[in-house]
Design a protein. Structure first.
Length: 259
């Protein structure tokens, strides 16, 4: 389950492609998601964006939190914290933090990106060990990727059925290709009303968690924010659904067709 919750964190933060000339977010943006596993209200997740500085570099600092609640926590307890510091001007990640407890599986990892040395330094706080991972300039971490996509790709960059690839560094497994395929537009019903969305399909590796390579679907608002509105996942056992449950501090108006 460890990679599954990491991927859900990524998808909750990915907000496919705002128009290039207009920023899609600002400091203070806060998003809340309610996650269902089958009929259970399994957990909540939040994303909060703020301004900061790191080694005298102006950065955005995003914190992602996820916890199981209620009855679901009796079966599988999750207490996750993800953080990313990425440049305000270039969108490059400078530090990534992953501190999680998922059903007893724990990780406490920090990654510092050293672009002048073409490497990232991964520090495992549990073992006290560190390792160097070769990286190039064009790389993103689990959270910074979403904000990079929001400001660097517009709808005109996509055709139905076409994909974009992104170099991603997540853990000590090194850099891998993350692929996101555009499926078109769709209007869905939410707690806030009907919302026109852009529909995407992340291509994931089939195996222990997901039924097949294309078992995930992501809907993001078709407005200048491009915030995630819904995620559905067919798992090896059961299914999962995540819905936008609250928001605050959006840079642009959230476009709702009707309530």
């Amino acid at each position: 389950m460890k990679k599954f919750f990491a991927l859900i964190t990524l998808l909750l933060s990915i907000t496919a492609m705002a128009q290039k000339p207009l920023p899609a977010y600002k400091s203070g943006e806060w998003l809340k998601f309610r996650i269902h596993y089958g009929f259970l209200n399994a957990s909540y997740a939040t994303l909060h964006l703020s301004s900061d500085s790191l080694d005298n570099v102006p950065v955005y600092h995003v914190v992602g939190l996820g916890k199981t609640t209620g009855f679901a926590s009796l079966f599988f307890k999750v207490d996750d914290r993800y953080e990313s510091y990425f440049g305000k001007t270039d969108g490059k990640p400078y530090r990534f933090i992953r501190k999680i407890n998922e059903g007893g599986y724990t990780r406490d990892v920090e990654i510092d990106f050293k672009y002048d040395q073409d490497k990232a330094i991964l520090k495992d706080n549990k073992s006290g060990k560190s390792m160097d991972i070769p990286v190039q300039t064009e790389v993103q971490d689990l959270l910074s990727a979403s904000y990079y996509l929001r400001n660097n790709y517009g709808l005109d960059d996509f055709e139905v059925g076409k994909s974009i690839d992104l170099n991603m560094l997540f853990d000590d497994e090194g850099v891998y290709k993350f692929k996101l395929k555009y499926l078109g537009k769709e209007v869905i019903r939410t707690k806030f009303g009907k919302v026109e969305c852009l529909k995407f399909r992340p291509v994931v590796q089939a195996g222990r968690v997901f039924k097949e390579k294309e078992s995930l679907t992501l809907w993001v608002s078709n407005d200048l924010n491009k915030i995630p509105v819904r995620i559905k996942a067919d798992l090896a056992v059961g299914s999962l659904k995540a819905d936008l449950d609250g928001y605050n501090g959006l840079r642009n108006q959230f476009k709702i067709i009707m309530r």
